[in-house]
Design a protein around this ligand. Structure first.
Ligand code: PLP
Length: 341
């Protein structure tokens, strides 16, 4: 297969149309058999439930080329499970988990020419999503749905090395207790736009959201979970029913314990104790771990000892080990790497 003529190392994070996408329609209580199509456009009724009441959820994962030349994805079964949880919370039919993995597989295979080569740092981003498609004017769930998967090549997250970022404690809330913070509903992202535009305008890279009930505990950012390292090298991640269960964070905790022999804790993290940590990072599919150098909490600044120049030593080890597993340099736990071809 000949690769497309793309300047892989200069790609950003933007949509580029690829050749094929997967579509399956849900009607009369059942999903159809699904198909790959070349048509990147969707025609919807003006009153489609997704347009009126935002009945939509999505996932995000990546395909990449390993050192030995295979195209693989990382734990797509967990994206399938999380999308099932999102669908249930939004009164949408679940797209069966085995079919989700198969759909991802088919789309990546069909767009193999767009999967960046090993060593470029670029990846093929995969976006599965689902929405209520029939006309609904009273507030109720749709009866018809579309599940789709498209792909787009994206550039390396860190160009010229991972520089620590500065984030602020946000005065807006991301998720209410018993709300939808734990699922990947489009509505969670729509309402975060105001806060992130405001953060960027004020010179911050990201928002740190606190729990909206007490505003004393660390939740997450708009698109990543937190990971902290104590001065005695324990890896700590916030536990909360209102954060998205990051697949990267769960994988990093496993790596910390089973590959690096570190102690891990998944527990409530109070804002008051953040100043005592040695390292801080954000974890998600996009960057694996993005180091945080500084947190601005109104008139108070927390500067981590790891500084503003490079990742702290424990976060660096976690990053190197997980990316080593993903790229095939380090043996992966059973079932983590899904080989496409
Ligand atoms: C709100 C939020 N938290 C965390 C994550 C990180 O999750 P993952 O590691 O599965 O990409 C994401 C990205 O999907 C997200 O949108």
């Amino acid at each position: 297969m000949e690769k497309k003529n793309i300047d892989w190392s200069n790609l950003g994070f933007a949509y580029m149309q690829t050749d094929k996408r997967y579509v399956s329609n849900y009607k009369d209580g059942a999903w159809d058999e699904g198909t790959l199509t070349s048509d990147a456009n969707i025609v919807l009724n003006e009153c489609a439930c997704v347009l009126q009441y935002a009945q939509t959820c999505f996932e995000g994962l990546k395909a990449y080329t390993t050192e030995d030349g295979h195209i693989v994805t990382f734990r797509p079964d967990l994206n399938a499970q999380r999308m099932a949880a999102s669908a249930q919370r939004l009164e949408m039919p679940v797209f069966p988990e085995d079919r989700f993995v198969e759909a991802v597989h088919k789309v990546v295979e069909a767009n193999a020419a767009y999967v960046p080569p090993y060593g470029s740092g670029a990846t093929l981003y995969i976006r599965p999503y689902m929405f209520g498609s029939n006309a609904v004017i009273g507030v109720k769930p749709a009866e018809e749905y579309q599940f789709r998967v498209f792909t787009t090549p994206v550039g390396p997250y860190f160009k010229g090395g991972a520089k620590p970022i500065t984030i602020r404690v946000c005065d807006y809330d991301r998720a209410a207790p018993h709300g939808t913070g734990h699922v990947k509903a489009g509505l969670n992202y729509a309402m975060s736009l105001y806060a992130i535009v405001d953060a960027h305008e004020k010179g911050f890279d990201e928002n740190m959201y606190l729990d909206s009930a007490t505003r004393t505990k660390v939740e997450e950012t708009g698109g990543a979970n937190f990971l902290f390292v104590t001065k005695d090298n324990t890896v700590v991640t916030p536990k909360s029913p209102t954060i998205l269960p990051s697949i990267t964070r769960r994988s990093l905790l496993y790596v910390a314990e089973h590959y690096l022999g570190l102690k891990t804790e998944e527990r409530e993290v109070y804002m008051d104790e953040v100043k005592d940590f040695a390292e801080c990072g954000l974890c998600g599919t996009a960057a694996v771990i993005s180091p945080v150098g500084k947190i601005v909490d109104h008139d108070r600044e927390i500067c981590f000892p790891s500084g503003m120049e490079k990742m702290g030593p424990v976060i660096q080890k976690l990053y190197d080990t997980l990316t080593g597993i993903q790229m095939g340099h380090i043996e992966a736990p059973e079932g983590w790497i899904h080989k496409i071809c």
